[in-house]
Structure formats: structure tokens, C-alpha cells
Design a protein around this ligand. Structure first.
Ligand code: SF4
Length: 439
């Protein structure tokens, strides 16, 4: 696929680095590997986020199997979930292949190093690799060592949340989590958008709608909770097109009966497609005229777009308690925007919207959003934003926009052979069929 070529090209320097580290790690015996891994883990804090009710602990595993892709790094196009520490990643991969039990012990060490032995749990606990139900990232022996042998916490947390790919959800592992680890287990999986062609041919997710439907069914049968992650803003599309995809995604997931939906604003990250468009194409007259997400501001959608999206979603009262704001992504998005907007007026608006969304997240009172909507409705910059949106390509030009952005990306990545790459994308576009809600 075109997008696989794009992402593996962007990640090529890291794939080369990883390969070298892998060769080096293979020369170590088990003791040397564990010593080197332990030294690195001691320096790190895997307790990545905490507030009054939530802790997030991130395990340094051998990486997301979809991303690592046997050393040819090529995961989801909007994700860069990696520390960049290829040495640690390669060592974890070698120890996992050689001795899965030892790999499990190093993962337990990773958790205990940051949280302590028999950690006191918060109400909500996230414990994550990347695909926590994957037998590739967590082989049986490692899974057993980490989650079955001895509880990670002093008492079972009220709710334990794991990230997983929908294709990895299995009854067997879910039942272990449920019986051994927590009073309630929630599985969060990436949907990103409902349109599976966009999800796979553009976001490179390699997850199909039937896998999501099946995952939700299994999670329900195991009496666990499901949480679907979706994106506010699709890189390479206009805000107008992204809004349509977002609302379709919400409607589909609501009909499917997922318990929660996590909203994640697109954030600026290196080695992602939004990062690439921003770095290499923001000055292109074609990209800037089309007002492509990735190509303006800091490479992420505008604050008015994010606010309007949330306002539209929350105006459906049935959704208010279903929606979750992704804590880390929202925090980063707000910080980035506060840094970006420079004029007093922009700063004031940004602060007002940020404060209102933060307050709304706690109180879930739609009036908070209504007040902001009323205030900005007469604001010149908001009116300009609405006016500009009318000029943007809409849903009817979705494929045309993708073809055009793909071509611009191809020209910079393969200056001499871009035509054949752009042609490949056009061939894929010919197979596009837009699903209707209910399929
Ligand atoms: S979004 Fe998840 S599945 Fe996709 S590459 Fe990142 S960690 Fe892997």
C-alpha cells in the first residue's frame, strides 16, 4: 500500500538503527542483557501520568508489533508511540525471543521500579504496553509472570484499563484480567475513524470494521467494558472532511454499543504523517490553499475546530457520559496551542476554550459549552474560521484531497520516482467504497 511505503520511508533511519542494536543485543548473554535493561529502566519513570483518580503506567515492552513490523518500522501513520530508545527496544525484543519468562520478569521490574512492589492502586489504573492482549508483545509466559502470578497492586483497583488492538481481543486473556487483576476491566482500542478505507489505506491501522464489531462482542460477553479511541482531526484532510468522518464514527460506535468513546485531538509528533506534512509541505501553495490538517498552525487542527467538534458531539445528551477526553493528548494539545497562539486576543480565546473544556470534562454540564459557543459566535476570528471552512473541500472531494496530498508527499519522499508511487495510491483509491452507517 502507498501509506506503508510512506511510513516505512519516514521511519527508515530508525529501522536501520534498530537493526544495528538488534545485532548488538544478540551478542549479549542473558545476564548481560538483564543488567543492561535494568540499568536503563532504573533511569526511567514509567509512571507517565497521574491525577487524583487516574494513574498511567507504561511498560517498556519490545514495542507495538504493528509498528515494529519485524524491524521495518511501519505502524499507524498518526502515531509515534516510541521513546526513540532503539537500544532498549532491541534488547527487549532479544530477551523476549530467547526467554519469554525472563522478559516477563523485566516487565514486572519496569512496573515495580516506577510504582513499587504491591503498588497502592488509584481508582483508575492504566497499565500498558501497546497491544496488551497481543501474544506477540506479551507471550504466554510473560503474560503469566506479569498478570497472573502475583498481583501488581496491593488490592484490586476499581478499574484497570488496557490498550489493545481490536484484532487481539480474546476471551482467554480477558478472563485472566478479570479474575486476577481488577474489579472492572476496560479494553481501549483504536478505531480512529469509522471509514475503514481511510483507517487502513491512509492511517495504516490494519484493523477492519468486522474485527471491531467482534472485539466489542467478546468484551461484552466477558462482562468487561469497551472503549473506542477516535481522532479529532485526520491528517491530510480538511477540517470539514474530518468533521464528517468524526460524526460518522461517533454514530457508528454509539449504534455498536461501545461503553465509552475516547476523543483524541491530533497532536504534533515527529515521524507521523501530520508531522511530515507540517515539516515538509506547509509552505506548498497546494497544501496551504487546500487548508489541509497538518499543513497549518502547528500541524494540528485549530482550537475552534476541536471546540466545535466537542460541542456537536455533546449536544446529544446520550453521549455526554460516554465520552472520555484522552488525558495525555488533550494536555499536550492545549499546551501546544497555548504556545502557538501569540496575540492577546488569540491567547484569551484559547484560554477560554481550554478552561471550558477542562471544566466540562469534570462537571459534564453542557451549559458550559453553550456559554462559550455564544461568546465566540460574535468573535471576528471565529467568524473568519467559519467563512474559511466554507471554502474547504468537503466530503464529496475526500478522495480528490487524499490523491492530491499523497502526490505532494510522494514528490518529497521520492523526487525521481514519485509518479509511480502516486499512481499506486490512485489505484487504491479506485477500490474505495464509502460504507454507510449500519454496515
Ligand atoms: S496507534 Fe497503537 S497500534 Fe498503531 S502503531 Fe501506535 S501503538 Fe501501534
Amino acid at each position: 500500500m502507498f501509506i506503508e511505503d510512506v511510513i516505512s520511508r519516514i521511519w527508515e533511519p530508525l529501522s536501520i538503527k534498530y537493526e544495528k542494536q538488534l545485532e548488538k543485543a544478540k551478542t549479549f548473554d542473558d545476564d548481560q542483557l538483564v543488567t543492561a535493561i535494568t540499568e536503563k529502566l532504573i533511569e526511567q519513570d514509567s509512571h507517565v501520568f497521574k491525577n487524583d483518580w487516574l494513574n498511567m503506567t507504561s511498560l517498556n515492552t519490545s514495542g507495538c508489533p504493528h509498528k515494529v513490523n519485524d524491524g521495518r518500522f511501519c505502524g499507524c501513520s498518526m502515531c509515534n508511540y516510541f521513546s526513540g530508545d532503539m537500544e532498549l527496544l532491541a534488547m527487549m525484543s532479544v530477551v523476549k525471543q530467547r526467554n519469554p519468562l525472563l522478559y516477563g520478569k523485566t516487565l514486572r521490574f519496569c512496573f515495580e521500579n516506577s510504582r513499587g512492589k504491591s503498588a497502592i492502586p488509584n481508582v483508575f489504573e492504566y497499565v500498558n504496553g501497546h497491544d496488551s492482549l497481543s501474544t506477540e508483545e506479551f507471550p504466554q509466559e510473560a503474560f503469566h509472570e506479569l498478570f497472573c502470578k502475583e498481583n501488581l497492586f496491593s488490592t484490586k483497583p476499581y478499574r484497570l484499563i488496557f490498550e489493545a488492538r481490536a484484532s487481539s481481543v480474546s476471551k482467554e486473556r480477558l478472563m485472566v484480567y478479570k479474575e486476577k487483576c481488577a474489579r472492572n476491566v476496560e479494553i481501549a482500542f483504536g478505531v480512529e475513524v469509522y471509514d475503514e478505507w481511510i483507517r487502513n489505506h491512509w492511517l495504516n491501522k490494519n484493523i477492519y470494521n468486522h474485527e471491531i464489531v467482534e472485539a466489542v462482542k467478546i468484551i461484552k460477553e466477558c462482562k468487561c467494558q469497551s472503549r473506542a479511541n477516535i481522532l479529532i482531526g485526520v491528517p491530510g484532510l480538511t477540517e470539514e472532511q474530518s468533521m464528517k468522518l468524526l460524526m460518522d464514527s461517533i454514530n457508528w460506535l454509539k449504534d455498536l454499543g461501545v461503553d465509552y468513546i475516547t476523543l483524541s485531538p491530533l497532536v504534533s509528533k515527529e515521524r507521523t504523517i501530520q508531522g511530515y506534512i507540517f515539516d515538509r509541505l506547509k509552505d506548498s501553495p497546494i497544501i496551504s490553499k487546500a487548508h489541509i490538517i497538518g499543513g497549518f498552525e502547528d500541524g494540528t487542527p485549530s482550537i475552534f475546530f476541536v471546540f466545535d467538534a466537542i460541542y456537536r458531539i455533546m449536544s446529544d445528551s446520550e453521549l455526554i457520559d460516554k465520552m472520555v477526553f484522552a488525558p495525555v493528548n488533550f494536555m499536550q494539545y492545549f499546551v501546544d496551542k497555548a504556545r502557538l497562539y501569540q496575540s492577546t486576543e488569540q491567547k484569551k480565546l484559547c484560554r477560554m476554550i481550554t478552561n471550558a473544556l477542562t471544566e466540562f470534562d469534570i462537571k459534564r454540564d453542557f451549559k458550559i459549552l453553550e456559554e462559550v459557543k455564544e461568546t465566540i459566535s460574535n468573535d471576528t476570528s471565529y467568524l473568519n474560521y467559519l467563512r474559511d471552512k466554507k471554502q474547504e473541500n468537503g466530503e464529496d472531494k475526500l478522495l480528490c484531497t487524499l490523491g492530491m496530498v499523497g502526490e505532494e508527499i510522494a514528490k518529497t519522499l521520492w523526487p525521481y520516482t514519485w509518479e509511480s508511487k502516486a499512481c499506486n495510491l490512485q489505484e487504491e483509491i479506485k477500490c474505495y467504497s464509502r460504507p454507510s452507517i449500519g454496515e
